[in-house]
Design a protein around this ligand. Structure first.
Ligand code: GLC
Ligand code: CA
Length: 558
């Protein structure tokens, strides 16, 4: 299967938490049936694929990333036949389904772990997890969830040993040195391939193997196992996306994208630089970061998130330099008590102080940069969060569908809801919801839909080459996306002040230029082409169109 043929190249991925999206049986918990009922909305919006956070049976100590059965569905969400119906209904609407694949750990309640604790030391059953008599083993591996844990080891009274957990103590790490573990987890991959999924988001991929004197991230053996996962996908003969969650600098995330390994990886460094650029009004570092990502792995294989179900991960200086972290902390609105683990625990809209211009600007970049833009459910509305809820729950509250009770998420009595619907000032579901925004032509939701429509009409944005142009303005980012048949010029002003500048478009001297979103004609290209961008303004232009070949659908500009 060549990369060019793959469905996921440049695809727009919409991430949602099934428990928080739509409740189909009125018990207060979102489920697969509810999601099926909302597929027509997602098609209307214009996304290509859905990424579902874990749907497996789980005691939910970590939002379902603590799994007790890898080959089943959490009963509150439905069952395997509901999953089959979802897959079929999504495919009928032209939407792909990506599921979370958690390779690194299980729940402590997984039967494997319960068996392991009682099994004799050194037995195959015990060795399904990573045990030690010494809690100082692998001392260089950082504690990731530092608000919740002070060590990567937890004492088990039954086993009379410590077990390793890179995340919560409820999530023991599987022991990939044990061939039985590898076989089982490859079996899980086969199971879901046979069910017909279109992709896997591979959770926490760097941590599969451990070694002394290292951070225990991205070891050669870990890459070896991921290549086996890829081989299983190839054997299936299907076009299935393998997307890595490796919160690492670009150079360290790149090895996961080797030709025989995974197809895509999130670019979390870019996420941080996008926020830093808005926070400072300066895009110099952003440009460098984009250029580096394209030099290291050219094309459209980076997935581009703004926010997700976790805190905005900034790290300890390893992911991005301390200065970038400080810029973000100083320049973005955060409110009280926002810092969690190594990042900021807020949704996009509150981070941007509710300013829809900044929401539009950041998404206009995402939708036009090379890669797979990732839209987090609710961000298309500018949905808010609920600070004060435990852990990352502030970012995981129910989707706001209508002004009706509970935002139309569920008809269950309020106390039964999975998490409270948002009534915070400025973000109340009676105002910020799908139904209302659909009816307002100038709403954020209609803007997202329009942008996604334009993106679909312009293959240059989906798979075109990428070139940064000199902008001569510190706040303005300018770049080109081009395929043989078209060139799209993008300019974005990352600052809160207006910007006027002139661009050297002598390469296309005399060619027609037309703004994409509203179809407005600009003066022909020349070496001193004048542009004005209001605060947080941006534009996409088509350059050098051949007369008569109109790539933009006529009704787009009605
Ligand atoms: C990933 C997930 C996060 C989860 C962790 C452990 O980082 O995004 O939500 O807590 O892995 O599975
Ligand atoms: Ca339900």
């Amino acid at each position: 299967m060549t990369e060019k043929d793959s469905w996921w190249e440049g695809a727009v991925i919409y991430q949602l938490i099934p428990r928080s999206y739509a409740d189909g049986n009125s018990d207060g918990i979102g489920d697969l049936q509810g999601l099926i009922g909302r597929l027509s909305y997602l098609r209307w919006l214009g996304v290509d694929a859905l990424w579902l956070t874990p749907i497996y049976p789980s005691p939910l100590e970590d939002g379902g990333y603590d799994i007790t059965d890898f080959e089943n569905i959490h009963p509150e969400l439905g069952d395997l036949s509901a999953f089959h119906r979802l897959l079929k209904a999504a495919h009928d609407q032209g939407i792909k389904i990506i599921i979370d694949l958690v390779l690194n750990h299980t729940s402590v309640l997984h039967p494997w772990f319960q068996r392991a604790r009682w099994a004799p030391k050194g037995s195959t059953e015990r060795e399904v997890y990573v045990w030690s008599d010494d809690p100082n083993k692998y001392a260089e591996a950082p504690v990731l969830f530092r608000n919740f844990e002070s060590s990567n080891w937890e004492w088990d009274d039954v086993a009379e040993q410590y077990y390793l957990h890179r995340f919560l103590r409820h999530q023991p790490d599987l022991n990939y040195e044990n061939p039985w573990v590898q076989d089982q987890m490859l079996g899980v991959v086969d199971f879901w391939l046979e069910r017909g999924v279109d992709g896997f988001r591979l959770d926490a991929v760097p941590f599969l193997f451990e070694a002394e004197d290292s951070r225990c991230e991205g070891l050669p053996e870990t890459h070896g196992f991921l290549r086996q996962v890829r081989a299983r996908v190839e054997e299936s003969g299907r076009d299935v996306l393998l997307l890595a969650e490796a919160i690492q600098p670009v150079k360290e995330a790149a090895p996961y994208l080797a030709d025989d390994e995974l197809h895509g990886a999130f670019n979390f460094v870019l996420t941080a630089h996008l926020f830093a650029a808005v926070a400072s009004g300066n895009c110099k570092q952003l440009k460098l970061c984009l250029q580096e990502a394209q030099t290291v792995v050219p094309g459209c294989r980076w997935a581009l998130p703004l926010r997700n179900h976790d805190e905005l991960w900034l790290g300890d200086g390893h992911l991005v330099p301390e200065g970038v972290i400080q810029t973000i902390r100083a320049g973005l609105h955060q409110g009280h008590g926002h810092w969690l683990n190594w990042g900021i625990n807020r949704r996009l809209a509150p981070l941007l102080n509710g300013d829809p211009r900044a929401n539009r600007l950041l998404h206009a970049l995402l939708y036009s940069l090379p890669g797979m833009p990732c839209l987090y459910y609710g961000d298309e509305l500018g949905m808010g969060d609920w600070p004060g809820l435990r852990d990352r729950d502030p970012n995981r509250t129910p989707m706001a569908w209508t002004p009706a009770r509970n935002g139309g998420f569920s008809s269950a009595p309020d106390p039964l809801l999975v998490l409270p619907a948002i009534t915070a000032p400025g973000y109340d579901y009676r105002v910020v919801n799908v139904e209302v925004q659909k009816q307002l032509p100038g709403s954020l939701l209609n803007w997202h839909r329009r942008m996604l429509t334009c993106r679909r009409l312009l293959p240059a944005l989906r798979r075109g080459d990428f070139e940064v142009l000199e902008s001569r303005h510190a706040s303005v980012m300018v770049y080109l996306r081009s395929v043989e048949s078209m060139t799209v010029l993008v300019a974005a002003n990352l600052s809160g002040a207006g910007a006027s500048l002139s661009l050297d478009l002598s390469r296309w001297n005399g060619a027609r230029t037309r703004e994409v979103l509203w179809g407005c004609e600009y003066p022909p290209a020349n070496e001193d082409w004048f542009v004005y961008l209001p605060s947080y303004g941006f534009s996409w232009w088509l350059i050098g169109e051949v007369d008569g070949s109109d790539p933009l659908n006529a009704d787009l500009h009605n």
